[in-house]
Design a protein around this ligand. Structure first.
Ligand SMILES: *[C@@H]1O[C@H](CO)[C@@H](O)[C@H](O)[C@H]1NC(C)=O
Ligand SMILES: *[C@@H]1O[C@H](CO)[C@@H](O)[C@H](O)[C@H]1NC(C)=O
Ligand SMILES: *[C@@H]1O[C@H](CO)[C@@H](O)[C@H](O)[C@H]1NC(C)=O
Ligand SMILES: *[C@@H]1O[C@H](CO)[C@@H](O)[C@H](O)[C@H]1NC(C)=O
Ligand SMILES: *[C@@H]1O[C@H](CO)[C@@H](O)[C@H](O)[C@H]1NC(C)=O
Length: 285
């Protein structure tokens, strides 16, 4: 009997014909609950849409709200063939250095004068190329300045197709990573790169040549406005040619940027404004 009572109790809980309750609630009670949730979810969806809309309004298509690059620029060298910054080759073995000269060919191809003349402006040197937006009126797309391959002279690969690798006087190219809006300068003039050997190697580095002269990054290549705003931007380069580096020994070299507003190897970012690498040119097997 008790079992039967329990069974009918369950049945009544699911559907009670006397009170016309389903799962313990009347139709109108259920209706109210559903209505409540419907209104609640519509409200949530509305709130979400509004938030997204306001967020998207504040985003500028041409300038990232959150800078995705470090505010202090690192420096990199080319050619780079793997993760280590080591350039080791044997002058006598073409196959030991032709990947370096090929990497430089690839890097410099977009800097051919003809390509630059087509894409970019022949800017006024030694001053920033400012193209600010006036209020809400965007000044896009923005133009960029020519960096001609011939400006790298002996390191341009035009006359000497092997960038000096074949006679033990190799060229290394240095880039300063892009930072949107950065206006680097050294006492009002162009920032410049200087390279030197680590202390124990100081008598092995020999004489260096810098291209463009004095290893400068001309002011006209700044500020950089970002990939979308400045589609044809050509990052300025500095080339270093090692004229008399000691062969058959490791030479550890450090290059750094000389600029007032770029900290060199701060605690926060030890690669900011400088780059170290090893150069070893073998002449014997
Ligand atoms: C740039 O010039 C080199 C030779 O000077 C040529 O081999 C290369 O194809 C050129 N690249 C472009 C993109 O025009
Ligand atoms: C780059 O080369 C082109 C073509 O040779 C020339 O017209 C232009 O003045 C050069 N620009 C710079 C900045 O040297
Ligand atoms: C970018 O370069 C192309 C040619 O390659 C040119 O037609 C275009 O006008 C340039 N755009 C800007 C914004 O400089
Ligand atoms: C290179 O630097 C020297 C000394 O600082 C200066 O006299 C010379 O004008 C500079 N050359 C160029 C091309 O900037
Ligand atoms: C090249 O460097 C060596 C020492 O490493 C030195 O004896 C020689 O005079 C240098 N040659 C030139 C042309 O500077």
């Amino acid at each position: 009997m008790a079992k039967d009572g329990e069974k009918s109790g369950w049945k009544e809980y699911i559907w009670n014909p006397r009170t016309r309750e389903f799962l313990g609630r009347t139709a109108s009670s259920w209706g109210l609950i559903l209505l409540f949730y419907l209104v609640f979810y519509i409200f949530l969806a509305g709130l979400f849409t509004l938030t997204m809309y306001v967020m998207l309004q504040t985003l500028d298509d041409h300038k990232p709200t959150w800078q995705d690059r470090l505010a202090t620029p690192g420096m990199v060298i080319r050619p780079k063939t793997d993760e280590t910054y080591e350039i080791v080759y044997n002058v006598e073995k073409t196959e030991s250095w032709d990947m370096y000269t090929q990497a430089l060919d690839n890097l410099l191809s977009p800097y051919n004068n003809s390509v630059q003349a087509e894409k970019n402006n022949d800017c006024v040197p030694d001053q920033y190329f400012l193209q600010e937006d006036s209020g809400d009126v965007k000044n896009n797309p923005k133009r960029s300045c020519q960096f001609n391959r011939t400006m790298l002279e002996l390191c341009s690969g035009i006359r000497d197709h092997y960038y000096g690798y074949q006679d033990g006087k190799p060229c290394i190219i240095i880039k300063l990573n892009r930072v949107i809006g950065m206006l680097p300068s050294k006492d009002g003039h162009a920032p410049f790169v200087t390279c030197g050997a680590k202390k124990e190697d100081s008598d092995k580095i020999g004489e260096l040549l810098y291209f463009p002269p004095n290893g400068t990054f001309n002011l006209m290549y700044y500020p950089y406005y970002g990939k979308k705003a400045q589609v044809n931007y050509s990052q300025p380069l500095v080339a270093i040619k090692f004229l008399n580096i000691t062969a058959n020994q490791d030479v550890n070299i450090e290059c750094r940027i000389n600029a007032n507003n770029i900290p060199i190897g701060s605690d926060r970012d030890k690669f900011s404004g400088r780059v170290s690498f090893k150069l070893r040119i073998n002449t014997i097997d």
